[in-house]
Design a protein around this ligand. Structure first.
Ligand SMILES: *Cc1c(COP(=O)(O)O)cnc(C)c1O
Length: 504
């Protein structure tokens, strides 16, 4: 294997055939000038935008898109539309873009992902992805060890994210705990299975229950404390009540890093209780799994290794381009109900001859090699390098909380656990809770409309007014404490404007 062997010469932009392929000997030569175009257009589009997102209403942005789509054709389409994409982005690399678990990807990860796009391996059969199949298997063993599983006994797969991983965990729980009853007869009316998850668990848990034929009402919402952490006593009570009522608790879902506050449910207590009631323990660590990279924060996830299955998302605290979800089980044999034999993908004789297949690990068939960018990133930065980025974002969240506390018109909900915090704007003087809710919603839309900041808006569990909160999710490790303080001042300024408009 010599460098450049077989690679064609790089073409000039105007000589790249419109239908050139990305792979093969000529692929890199054709991609070179197209990439140069993409990079120039990313620069140009980003320079046109003065904040983290374009100023304007959704209708104005849609009109820009319609214009660009009608004007772009032929060789110019790539430049024109890439510039539009960059201009019209909510760019998570901008320090004032801090609403969601929406990370700025690392350049090395995006570059690695380009290699995957060019070669297009598909993980459903070895003959579409020889090296990528082995690489995914090796990466999953590393991630199993990171969680604390025995890599020789664990198994898993790359997924589209926490939503798919949660579905898989609950599907295996159903199949293990209902013991084939579902396959034969449908859900037994008497046994009425249930799933216990906190009020702050991700909505994909309910959706998974519905998809699995259990119904959304099969999910019992366990109350949380002020930080939005599941209460152990309430979980114990809910499990006891469910069994008295003759229901079968098939799974406990513990969240390690709730989407809004980063709260980490009591994992050891959840494992004890799930064990006592014969339920599967699924730990949704889509957000908090990144803490495993940090020596300082990893102890918060103590107990995760006792889970039967785990969701991790490296497109959150992992700085990967989406998607980079991971689903893991502690014992490979619990995967049995997902096994599939498709004669055209994993015939028995191929497997007996030593050709491995990942088909039975996934709900999907065609599947991108999302493991590759993560393997490259882990090799490039190491766990310690990535852990340093996690720590930097944790520090930023603490700095943001301090900035919020220092503003008399802002009210901090709770100290950050990981990298997110909730707070709200409260205008001076008596204001009823419903009005405070409205003002917070309005100030967030004002920041979007002016293109000055992207901050989150959510609601605390419960009913009635006074539950609207603003959210900062800090995932840009290069943002400075000064930039976070400036973002907090933007929020106060927007709050004054909407409160003033209302008063005036
Ligand atoms: C983000 C998130 C999910 C959903 O993950 P996707 O990757 O968006 O599918 C599930 N659970 C938690 C706790 C999350 O934060």
């Amino acid at each position: 294997m010599t460098a450049g062997s077989g690679a064609g010469p790089e073409l000039r932009g105007e000589d790249v055939p419109l239908d050139a392929l990305a792979g093969g000997a000529g692929g890199p030569g054709a991609l070179g000038p197209l990439l140069a175009t993409v990079l120039d257009s990313l620069d140009a589009g980003t320079a046109l935008r003065s904040g983290p997102l374009p100023a304007g209403s959704p209708g104005e942005i849609a009109a820009l898109v319609a214009d660009a789509l009608s004007a772009a054709d032929g060789r110019g389409a790539l430049a024109r539309l890439t510039e539009l994409l960059a201009y019209g982005a909510a760019d998570p690399a901008d320090p004032a873009c801090a609403a969601h678990l929406h990370c700025p990807p690392l350049a090395v990860a995006a570059a690695a992902d380009l290699a995957v796009s060019a070669l297009n391996p598909s993980q459903d059969s070895w003959d579409q992805a020889p090296a990528a199949t082995a690489l995914e298997t090796a990466l999953l063993a590393e991630l199993a060890a990171l969680v604390g599983y025995d890599p020789a006994r664990a198994a898993g797969v790359l997924t589209s994210g926490g939503t798919e991983s949660n579905l898989m965990g609950l599907m295996l729980a159903r199949d293990q705990k209902l013991d084939g009853i579902v396959e034969l007869d449908g859900i037994p009316p008497g046994g009425r299975p249930c799933i216990l998850a906190s009020q702050a668990a991700h909505f994909s848990v309910q959706r998974a229950a519905a998809l699995l034929g259990l119904g959304e009402l099969a999910v019992i919402a366990v109350p949380v404390d002020h930080q939005l952490r599941m209460s152990t006593e309430e979980l114990e009570r809910a499990l006891a009540e469910a069994s008295w009522a003759g229901r079968t608790p098939i799974a406990v879902v513990a969240t390690a890093g709730t989407t809004d506050t980063g709260a980490i449910d009591p994992l050891n207590a959840a494992a004890d209780l799930a064990g006592r009631y014969g339920a599967w323990l699924h730990v949704d660590a889509a957000y908090g799994g990144g803490a495993l990279l940090s020596d300082r924060l990893a102890p918060l996830l103590d107990g995760i290794a006792r889970a039967d299955s785990v969701s991790l998302d490296w497109h959150k605290l992992g700085w990967q381009p989406a998607a980079a979800g991971v689903f893991l089980v502690r014992r490979a044999e619990t995967y049995v109900s997902l096994a599939r034999r498709a004669e055209y993908l994993n015939p028995v004789d191929d497997e007996q001859a030593g050709y491995p297949s990942l088909l039975g690990r996934s709900l999907r068939t065609t599947r991108r090699a999302d493991a590759f960018k993560l393997a490259v990133t882990l090799r490039t930065l190491g766990r310690a390098g990535l852990g340093g980025l996690v720590d930097a974002c944790h520090e930023l969240a603490l700095a943001a909380a301090a900035a919020v506390r220092a503003e008399p018109s802002l009210e901090l909900h709770a100290e950050p656990v990981l990298t997110a915090l909730l707070f709200r704007y409260r205008p001076p003087g008596p204001t009823d809770e419903a009005t405070v809710d409205e003002l917070n919603g309005q100030l967030r839309r004002l920041l979007l409309r002016t293109g000055r900041a992207v901050i989150g808006r959510t609601e605390l569990p419960g009913v009635g007014p006074g539950r609207v909160r603003l959210k900062l999710t800090l995932l840009n490790p290069h943002t400075t404490a000064g930039e976070v303080a400036a973002l907090v001042r933007e929020v106060v300024g927007a709050g004054r404007r909407v409160a003033g408009d209302r008063a005036g």
